[in-house]
Design a protein around this ligand. Sequence first.
Ligand SMILES: *[C@@H]1O[C@H](CO)[C@@H](O)[C@H](O)[C@H]1NC(C)=O
Ligand SMILES: *[C@@H]1O[C@H](CO)[C@@H](O)[C@H](O)[C@H]1NC(C)=O
Ligand SMILES: *[C@@H]1O[C@H](CO)[C@@H](O)[C@H](O)[C@H]1NC(C)=O
Length: 346
Amino acid sequence: MLVKPALFCALVALVASKSSPSVTFKNVLVSGYSMYTYKFNVTIKSSNNLKENLPKQVFDRLDIINSEIPVLYKNSISDLEDLDELIFANNELSDIQPGAFKNVPQLRKLEIRNNKLEEIKAGVFNNLNIATLDLSNNSISTIASGAFDDMPELLNVNLADNRVKIWNKNWFANTPLLARVSFQNNLIEEIPSNAFRHFQGEKQFGSVPLTINIVLSHNLIKHIHNDAFKGLEKINNLWLDGNELSEWDENLLTGVSVHDLRIDNNKLECLDGNLDKVFVAATTHIDGNPWDCGCLKNIDLWASKATQHVVMIYSKMNCDAERIARKLDALDLRLKELRKNNTDVM
Ligand SMILES: *[C@@H]1O[C@H](CO)[C@@H](O)[C@H](O)[C@H]1NC(C)=O
Ligand SMILES: *[C@@H]1O[C@H](CO)[C@@H](O)[C@H](O)[C@H]1NC(C)=O
Ligand SMILES: *[C@@H]1O[C@H](CO)[C@@H](O)[C@H](O)[C@H]1NC(C)=O
């Protein structure tokens, strides 16, 4: 009966872990800076609140890097009135409780990259004044529908290198300044209708006009709904390179002015339809697709007369090489035949 003691130990361990007090900071090193100048390093032995453990010194940035912090509990980062930037990287963080951040009115930049987050719950980031939120390189697969709602200063969200599968069109309600979303290297398969409905409208940061940048490179996107971009007037960069697109509807970008469209490295063989409607972007990148060479020739002809720029250098080279190879093969065949005819004669 060796099973029983093992089971008992496991049970004790389970109970112990369940009943262990929820402490956020345990042997955690915090570095403080002010105006890019180093101010202090402190090690927090065991505490649930960051502020209580910081020296009475002026700082505007805190770095917490390479510590072990599995959970950010409620109120763990609170009442830091002058904090402008928090870098929270490589801490093996796997959960943030709603209410973890509270009363951080000056916080503009929040980086929680290179951690182990799997889920972003509602109530973690809502109503914060941050401009830049970096959640890149976690394992995020679930993002609550309202996770990023009501963030009046949010300009830039980075969710690159995660495991997001589904784009939710309800994200980002009441984020009037949001101008850049980076979702490269995720597992998104589809862009639904009205996917960017909360990105609509003119955006202005002080006197600087903002244009939207949507980065969805290197996902698994196979399908884009015909109304996916509906309601958007102007996009600066729309990057969909490195996906699984095998078709591109001529009406996808009707009425949208796009500066730089990347659909290179997909599965496009041909673009049917009216090329005037397909190529609305000032520059469209289409290299790295398995183009049908006849189809590519048409695109090349169209592009030579248009003001829009179509980047297709390598595809053209491939098709030229293919044509030359075909000609060489034909020549080879003729030579063989000729030799054969000559020997037949002799
Ligand atoms: C403070 O801690 C950081 C992070 O470990 C370290 O790189 C830095 O050298 C420390 N600075 C001082 C002055 O001890
Ligand atoms: C991603 O995060 C892990 C730690 O979770 C780190 O080891 C790795 O170097 C990071 N990758 C990049 C590209 O930063
Ligand atoms: C070789 O001979 C065949 C049959 O006589 C003829 O049809 C063909 O055109 C010849 N090929 C060449 C390359 O002269």
